[in-house]
Write a protein that binds this ligand. Sequence first.
Ligand SMILES: [Zn+2]
Ligand SMILES: [Zn+2]
Length: 335
Amino acid sequence: MQAMILEAPGQPLRLAEVARPRPGSDQLLLEVRACGVCRTDLHVLDGDLRQARLPLVLGHEIVGLVVAKGSAVQRFALGQRVGVPWLGRTCGHCRHCAGGAENLCDAAEFTGYTLDGGYAEFALADQAYCFALPESYSDVEAAPLLCAGLIGYRSLVAAGNASRLGIYGFGAAAHIIAQVARWQGREIFAFTKPGDIDGQNFARQLGASWAGGADEAPPGEMDAAIIFAPVGELVPQALRHTAKGGSVVCAGIHMSDIPAFPYAILWGERCVRSIANLTRRDGEEFFAVAPRAGVRCEVESFPLRSANEALQRLREGRIRGAAVLVPEPSAPQKL
Ligand SMILES: [Zn+2]
Ligand SMILES: [Zn+2]
């Protein structure tokens, strides 16, 4: 099968012909129909994260059809469409797993990071961590829901019942979660890179009542803020505009250093917290909410072989909504 392989951090992915994997007893073999491109992929590519595994197939927003399955698989049938998220496997017995916080599992495995992901024609996934997907979404539209949607949703929950919500970085996650937040009746202030007029217009189209540069003051105090951009300077900027008792939620897996800031902007029981990974319950909740909230994804599709171009466009902020890779149909191959 064809796959885009990461061989060393900082180098472009390489299109390679590799052996099609075989499912273990609890695994599905999926024919990849679409795989989202996430900012985390850029962090893995750049070596920002502890490099767990090389060579590696990136990609943790996989929509695929079950074409083979292990002997113990009962949740999904051959031919069924499933989604594979970032959380690839957990131990099930550490104190975090036992306490209902499997997102913090000490021995978790992650799709497209410690496990091969979906920048390929086929991918393996543990059945217990896959999701059935709402039928109202096409393959390419469903892909961004699997991380941008899920992590965005977990971040939104962490923001509490804030009626005025600030969102910093209006990319894939923000464009999905803004729709959920509007459906919940919240008011949204969207912050983009200074001067990103297209991004600000996009945010307004999705229901933001105000959009501006991250260096600007919103028209009123925010009850909470979610930071999707990997920029530490945004933490004190957001705190300055957040009301007493409000949270600033950092949703990314990596962020540049947070500069020192005066205690006065944290005082008043403001809270800065991060969001790490997802639980399967987050996924079940989000996939129930997304169709009810009428969430639609704006997607730019690229052929699998153009993964490097998609990543570069994401890096430069030149993706509107989410980037998704689609494997080209290739000659029939033996399983
Ligand atoms: Zn665990
Ligand atoms: Zn992701």
